[in-house]
Design a protein around this ligand. Structure first.
Ligand SMILES: [Zn+2]
Length: 152
């Protein structure tokens, strides 16, 4: 059995990370904007790139001496793309990122790294929490009321 954390605890931890890191969901919502804000706070560049390489997973965060790179699989768009970026951002903020060793291929670095179930669960909860916040700030009040009524 894989060691994990409860869904409730994952969301509590995600909210704590958001609070501790001072993460603000800006308007208009942009995953790039959020990462840029966090990069300013950290004093370290975060690049977001689309990666079209066979064997590359849905997303990954790779760190080298100069910057952190959040890569997402080419072709992802909209909500799903943002979710992947935020998931990887959580790994980065929590220190779960993949270090890229000298002369190591990116695909190999990603393939040779694995996360624990708890780390994955937390990253999912973080992405969901931030996107929920972004959605609630973006959707006009009337639409939010309709959304609450119908659960969409
Ligand atoms: Zn992950």
């Amino acid at each position: 059995m894989r060691k994990g954390i409860s869904n409730r605890y994952a969301h509590i931890l995600a909210r704590e990370i958001i609070r501790q890191k001072g993460i603000q969901v800006s308007q208009p919502w942009s995953a790039e904007g959020l990462c840029a804000d966090i990069a300013l706070t950290r004093g370290r560049r975060i690049d977001i790139i689309s990666i079209d390489v066979p064997g590359f997973p849905t997303g990954a965060v790779i760190s080298d001496a100069d910057c952190d790179v959040i890569g997402y699989r080419a072709g992802l768009t909209g909500f799903y793309r943002d979710h992947v970026i935020l998931h990887e951002l959580c790994h980065l903020l929590c220190g779960h990122g993949v270090p890229l060793r000298k002369d190591e291929r990116l695909v190999d670095a990603v393939a040779n790294h694995s996360y624990t179930f708890a780390e994955e669960h937390l990253a999912e909860a973080f992405a969901t929490t931030v996107l929920t916040e972004a959605h609630h700030r973006t959707v006009p009040t009337a639409d939010r009321h309709v959304s609450a009524l119908f659960g969409v």
